[in-house]
Write a protein that binds this ligand. Structure first.
Ligand SMILES: Cc1cc2nc3c(=O)[nH]c(=O)nc-3n(C[C@H](O)[C@H](O)[C@H](O)COP(=O)(O)OP(=O)(O)OC[C@H]3O[C@@H](n4cnc5c(N)ncnc54)[C@H](O)[C@@H]3O)c2cc1C
Length: 403
């Protein structure tokens, strides 16, 4: 499906959605797929990987298979900004608990070198600034710090690789290039898969006791989310490393990430290299991708799917306009950024839902299938946190929330 990006095992190919600055230095051991599993997880982002790791920890005797259409992190998780935020995009929901504390605990329990730092996050606004705001940027008005809220940053590549290692080490089988194109909601459930293995496409049916659909902005038909959610593409870029003087001038010496609370939206963070990531802008997921992922069964072969994706290039059309707009905004924020070199430009999918609430429920066609998706651009910590909850729910150790 999507082209592979940064891994240790294969050279990075040019991706039509551009390349983020993160590196996922993990590739699962390629193996033939089994005929039957206790738990099948569809989607190899933060949500699916967290659930796989926790299922193996909590139920060591049970078989867990994670199926990923492309390569791990090819959806939002490898293309994210990596701001670890509290709560949900809709705020604190009933029974949610403390997302950041839970996230920290999970990363520690799974021994993940996440580079998590929680110095707080600047909320920026164009009115009512805090006293002595370190930031003063020109962006449709004067953008200044309004307050500091809990949160921080991670290295998304390290978290993805860490979750995948933890899952594989405790017994999960992870299959890349394994696209689930249909599910037969019978008892037992049956997944229909196209798996690229040893250079060939294999068609396979796998029976599963239970399924977790963690497919986020893709495969909406499969997840029963065609009406309930809207997929969009969003954009980001990274600058070359800035000097200490440049960082001081733009008010980021504290290394706090930031997001605006009014429009036009802008978010960003520092990298370890002292490059700065900035992100903004939304376009609807292009119709060709949408149709394909909403109904992969009618969307043609694996090869066609791949071709469709290759044809969609964020360097062209409306997406290119959005990226150029973002770059112009960044250069105009502050004199110190006027002639900065841009090292990375990329896009990634976000799933928007009603009321900005995550979707976490049983599939309307089977109580043995759970759907977890739709964090509305607020899923870095939440996806891992709820992935653990999904594992507990699959094992009947915890009820699902009523959001
Ligand atoms: C540019 C960008 C910046 C962001 N910044 C932040 C941020 O700073 N902070 C924050 O909290 N959130 C942010 N987000 C949101 C956050 O990254 C996501 O909410 C989170 O990564 C979602 O993880 P996921 O595992 O649910 O989905 P994904 O990572 O999208 O994973 C879903 C996976 O399912 C696979 N898949 C789909 N269909 C199938 C199928 N039929 N068969 C097999 N596999 C399938 C896909 O290939 C994909 O890999 C950002 C998102 C983007 C795009």
């Amino acid at each position: 499906m999507l082209l592979l990006h940064q891994t240790n095992a294969m050279p990075r190919k040019s991706h039509p959605w551009g390349a983020p600055p993160w590196t996922v230095d993990f590739r699962p051991v390629p193996r033939a797929l089994p005929d039957h599993v206790d738990f099948a997880i569809v989607g190899g982002g933060f949500t699916g990987l967290s659930a796989a790791a926790w299922l193996c920890r909590l139920a060591p005797g049970q078989s867990v298979l994670l199926l990923e259409s492309a390569a791990l992190g090819e959806g939002a998780s490898g293309r994210t900004g990596g701001l670890a935020l509290a709560e949900t995009a809709a705020g604190p929901l009933p029974g949610l608990g403390d997302v950041l504390a839970g996230y920290k605990k999970i990363l520690r329990a799974l021994r993940i070198d996440s580079r998590l730092a929680l110095p707080g996050v600047f909320e920026l606004g164009r009115s009512a600034p805090a006293k002595n705001s370190p930031i003063s940027w020109s962006d449709s008005g004067e953008l200044q710090v309004v307050r500091i809220v809990p949160g921080g940053v991670i290295d998304p590549g390290k978290v993805l690789a860490g979750l995948a290692r933890a899952a594989e080490k405790t017994g999960a089988q992870i299959a890349e290039r394994a696209h689930v194109h249909a599910i037969d909601f019978s008892n037992p459930l049956c997944l229909q898969i196209r798996h690229k293995f040893r250079g060939r496409i294999h068609r396979k049916e796998i029976r599963a006791g239970q399924i977790l659909l963690a497919t986020n902005a893709f495969s909406l038909e499969l997840a029963g989310l065609r009406v309930a959610a809207a997929p969009k593409l969003t954009f980001a870029l990274a600058t070359e490393p800035l000097s200490a003087a440049q960082l001081k001038a733009i008010g980021l010496s504290s290394r706090r990430p930031f997001y605006s609370i009014d429009l036009p939206y802008l978010w960003g963070r520092l990298l370890d290299s002292n490059g700065v990531v900035f992100g903004a802008g939304l376009v609807p997921l292009p119709a060709s991708l949408n149709a394909l992922f909403r109904n992969p069964a009618s969307g043609g072969s694996h090869k066609n799917a791949s071709l469709n994706l290759r044809r969609f290039d964020v360097r062209k059309g409306e997406a290119a306009v959005r990226l150029r707009w973002l770059e112009a905004r960044v250069r105009n924020l502050h004199l110190a950024l006027h002639s900065v070199r841009i090292s990375h430009r990329w896009a990634g999918p976000i799933l928007f839902t009603e009321g900005m609430r995550p979707i976490f429920h049983r599939h309307p066609r089977s109580k043995n299938v759970i759907v977890l998706a739709g964090y509305n651009g607020h899923g870095v910590a939440l996806s891992v946190y709820l992935g653990q909850w999904a594992a507990q729910a699959l094992l009947a150790r915890r009820p699902l929330p009523r959001w």
